[in-house]
Design a protein around this ligand. Sequence first.
Ligand code: FUL
Length: 456
Amino acid sequence: MTNRRDFLTQAGAMLAARHPLTGSVRPAMAPARPTPSRPQLDWQRDELAMFLHFGVNTFTDREWGDGSEDPVIFAPRALDARQWARSARAAGFRTMILTAKHHDGFCLWPTRTTDHSVARSTWRDGKGDVVRELVDACRAEGLKAGVYLSPWDRNAPAYGDSPRYNEMYRAQLTELLTQYGPIQEVWFDGANGEGPNGKRQVYDWPRVWQLVRQLQSNAVMFSDAGPDVRWIGNENGSAGETNWSTVDPAVVPYPGASGDAATRMLQQGDPAGSVWRPGETDVSIRPGWFYHPADDVNVKSVDRLVALYFSSVGRNSKLLLNVPPTREGLLHATDVARLAGMRTTLDGLFTRDVAAGHRMTWKVSGRTATGELDLGHATSIGIVDLAEDIMHGQVVARYAVEGSDGGSWRTLSRGTTIGYRKLDRFAPVTARHIRLRIDDAADKPRRVRLRLHSDD
Ligand code: FUL
């Protein structure tokens, strides 16, 4: 068995072998490197989004419904989307993404496309609309809203009758993207099954993507295959330690594509990739995606949540943390307390940048560069926070951060990609002089932003 670290090292070596980063192998007239669109840039800078899995599964204690659930079971007694939004905002989240429809096909808004929706429940006398309450709460708290609309629908009779279901799916998307104001992110899961006719549904992704572009041009679309942001390849909160925001789209051409090459592409991206498609790291605060009372004792600890921030945002990704509402329709007090704890810890860690006010020199030589700064006196350092100016793309392929007190240089941290943000955390060391070495890059390296924190 290869452990994960070995796998990543091997995968990194394979990528490097396929796409050497030295100038000699690049064509003389290399095309400009990909850069993010404005919505992709905004999406990444938000760093934290909250995922909310909520629906009939919340009431059946299941993770996947089969579509036969009676809508009357959807009966949250105290649903309060403002409570979700307040908790999210207080913890530093910028977006909330709701499962408007999960695989069971139950719609959390009163859709015209099916009876299988909140309109058939007793919640708010069948006049409720969870999507509306979500977007209203987001607006009130200054958050952005997103929707998850499962393509796999285990309730729709048309599922498996491909053209007919594709029309229904597009009609559902149209409702969600025209009735609720700006939607920041549209989340497409890759699950794909057979319909009641025994046939496998064939999704029409090009038309789906085109529809979203047409209706919400500022929204980013998430799926394994983007087109704007990609799945990071696992659900345990860990982006590749090497993580390029560029990919080769041919390797993951549609949501649900599998295999080693696809997984590697999702986890690590590709330095020679032709499109900008940064990775989103989705993980749940609980063992499951939906709320289960038995999991109240298994909510991730504050330390675990902080570690997730480092292994996602701190690896050039974005963290989409799932916090599932309870049967009451509220975020559980334990989850809310953990989120607040995460925020307090992160704020504490990043309060004081000991490099602030100390100008770093910057010398470039081909595809390498060196930056140096003098902190003025021996200073304790436990976190290195690096950033490329991704408006101009991502190029750094290997770097090291070193410290000295006037004598020889000692390595504080080293890594491969940087991108939007790279966080390295280590047992605190004391140093006065700091050197950042870019040892390899896909193009001439621009000045890298360096922050330093003590981690005490
Ligand atoms: C998966 C789904 O099958 C899970 O239920 C969950 O929604 C997760 C985020 O995506 O593919």
